[in-house]
Ligand binder design. Sequence first.
Ligand SMILES: [Zn+2]
Length: 594
Amino acid sequence: MDYKALGMKAGLEIHQQLNSGTKLFCRCPVGKSESFNIELHRKMNPVQSELGEEDPAALFEYFRNRTFVYKADTNTSCLVEMDENPPLPVSEKALHTALQISKMLGCSLVDEVYFMRKAVIDGSAVSGFQRTGLIATNGSIETSFGTVKIETVNLEEDSAPAVGKGAITEYRLDRLGIPLVEIATDASMRTPDQVKEVAEKIGTLLRATDVVRGIGSIRQDVNVSIERGNRVELKGYQELASIPELVENEVKRQLALVEIKDELQKRGFSPIGYDNKDVTQLFKSTKCNFVKKAIDNHQKVFGLKIPKFSGLLARQCGDRTFGKELSAYPASHGLGIIHSDEDLDKYSLSLDFANLRKELHAEDQDLVLIMAGSRPEKAIKALIDRINYCAVGVPPETRVADGIGSRYARPLPGAGRLYPESDVPAIKVTHSMREIAVPKTLEERKDDFKELPDDMKDQIIRSVYYAPTMVLKQYGERLAANLFLSNYKEVSRKGFDVSKIKHEDLHILLKSVSSGSIPQNKITDILIELCSGAELNKILEKYSLVSDDKLEHIVKSVIHDNPGKSDSALIGIVMSKAKADGRCVSELIKKFRR
Ligand SMILES: [Zn+2]
């Protein structure tokens, strides 16, 4: 695809959890809960936002009239997350890391950090807002295709993740309030691969600071548009590798919508009203099981004619048909559609649809569809609004990644969704905060190791064990790197908890190995014994080798006492008398036999 000709533009918003020990505005730990002992229910009511603007995202959610259920575990959430207590002072550790990240991105720090409330009406915060503070602006990152501008760095609270979807939506509070940095770039990326490169670069930079690692700890949102399309926000990418494919799919989707717009213009389509017809009677004796079931459950079947739309819903729109793409809009109100561009035989609906066409006076160029439910007004309105937008082009909206594509989630939030958080005092960015030391980048860390092969270097600089390796490399770079990259891994794989190993024991262990009194191939066994609670000096006693002088003496006497025996036989005899390194014994035998 010729992305330049299509005028593709993309920008990134990266959200990274900070390893700050506690949440941003309470002292609950940063961690995951397995079970939840409290449940609370909330119903959102939309208000004119405090800036006096109507927020379309807020109204949209209001019309969905949902009740939100929150699952809480008192070990990972308190009254602050439940919006029953005011926030505590900001986590200093989180602020420290956010300042470091801003400096590493070459941003200018603000004079004072003001926390704001950002309206989130989807239920992912009990309070209906997320606290966010602008830390820095105007930075940059170098890439293979030029400089990408970092527009803003914000320090904010993570949201509560949903655990289910439907009329009632459940959220868990363990993640709510975990500190996040949000890094927003300009829209200077012109190809899907460039988007991936920037995400990768920023991710690598973040990994040099104190951040949470693992699945879900970093999330990328991508804004994509093409010249004839519109800005669409794609949420929920967690895998860097899939970014190019997902961006490419979005470009294809927007392109398909532009083609549909052109086609509709050719066909002379004009926007339609919300008219629909109760056609329940027509489907009374349908052979289609799920339509029959709906009618048996006292639901009604509504029919809709869309003039000049025939064939369009069978078209490909990115990774799915346009029919499937459209169905996401009524689906956001809980209803599905069946339309005449589908294989109706499959649903045993061909005959019913022939009658439906007659009933709705549909012509060949018209599409007809049905929807079943008790109160389908909102779903029908959402569908018709979307259908009418086809004549305009690509709707600006927020979408969530699903598979290699994405599906409609909600309209883009309005500009008026920020208002001041009066419970959190402004934080003055002092001189010492400006002079904060920044950690080495991964690139700079590479220079810390002179003796390691490149693959080991790459692993250790990204590892959580980078800092201890730096301390222990005085006993040998390879020895220290291997300890964490290989021995620790083996010990963990065998089910032992390496976090039980004391740092000072590692010093003594590596010192003994580097001086030759403990064989390197015993390190894993020794670590396992340490994990099991044994004392280091007792373990070392068990594994330590005889001194060089003593070993020489034993080798000489064995050679003397066993004339005519082979080297390997002599090695066996020496090893049975003394704990020693086999290779060392073999060398000594060769040396003294001459
Ligand atoms: Zn809390």
